[in-house]
Design a protein around this ligand. Structure first.
Ligand code: MN
Length: 263
């Protein structure tokens, strides 16, 4: 398989190279990643300025690597459209330093990068570990390479967009793997205020709400020592349609008619 490896932690991040090194044992790997950390940039795409790309020295010899002055999404788009000349079979984004769970998938640059692969009909995997330490990257890298092989062997479908998270545990303490749902409304952004000596500032902080989490969810899995695999394509794009759309439509039409009559 030809695998594009990217991330949102930047070209120098150890998680990126842990996957690249592991996957390159059995697959052809290209590394294309932002030249600096771009965490929490979500699905951002650069449309109002040019993008500069530089071929860089790989941390693992033999792998072609580029750094991009842009977002994780930019990196994947450039790779698939220009930088990798042959067809890419799989996009892997990570290993992110820090979990991407629940609602956070919507602001995650790691997930945003993988989304660009999925939107181009490539199987795509975002993979994160619930720590900013680099203690157990080898487990995540092995799991990413295993999932790649499962896709290659058609055990997993090609039409797949996975969000994988690992707990910060040694292999012997991981309780298992759970196929999860995305947790919802479990975090809130609050604002800290301060003064830097010249001006006041605000600092956004993400806070976990202390509430019971559903055992079917990704957050429950990670907090209880399991690896979470979440099929984002089902969560984001496979939702059932609105219930009774004709009733909603009739109610909205009534409002619209009232606005029009008030002109
Ligand atoms: Mn990150």
């Amino acid at each position: 398989m030809r695998i594009l490896v990217t991330n949102d932690d930047g070209i120098a991040a150890p998680g990126l190279w842990a996957i690249a090194a592991e996957a390159s044992r059995t697959h052809e790997v290209f590394v294309v990643a932002p030249d600096r950390e771009q965490s929490a940039i979500g699905t951002a795409v650069t449309l109002r300025q040019p993008l500069r790309v530089r071929q860089t020295e790989p941390q693992k010899p033999g792998i072609v690597a580029y750094s991009v002055e842009g977002s994780p999404s930019d990196s994947v788009i450039l790779s698939l459209e220009k930088l990798v000349k042959e067809r890419v079979d799989l996009v892997i984004s990570g290993i992110n330093q820090g979990a991407n769970l629940g609602d956070d998938v919507l602001i995650s640059g790691t997930v945003g990068a993988a989304l660009q692969g999925y939107l181009r009909n490539l199987p795509s995997i975002a993979i994160s570990i619930a720590t900013i330490e680099n203690r157990h990257l080898d487990i995540a890298a092995r799991l990413a390479a295993l999932l790649a092989t499962k896709i290659d062997n058609r055990v997993l479908p090609r039409d797949i967009f996975l969000n994988v998270n690992l707990p910060d545990l040694p292999l012997s303490e991981i309780k298992g793997i759970r196929i999860t749902q995305l947790a919802h409304k479990t975090h809130i952004d609050s604002v800290n205020e301060g003064h830097d000596g010249r001006r006041e500032y605000y600092w956004l902080v993400r806070r976990r709400l202390s509430q019971e989490v559903d055992p079917r969810t990704d957050i429950w899995a990670i907090e209880n020592g399991y690896i979470s695999i979440n099929a984002l394509h089902a969560s984001l794009f496979g939702k059932p349609p609105l219930e009774r759309p004709e009733k909603l439509c009739a109610e909205l039409m009534k409002e619209l008619t009232q606005w029009q009559m008030a002109i």
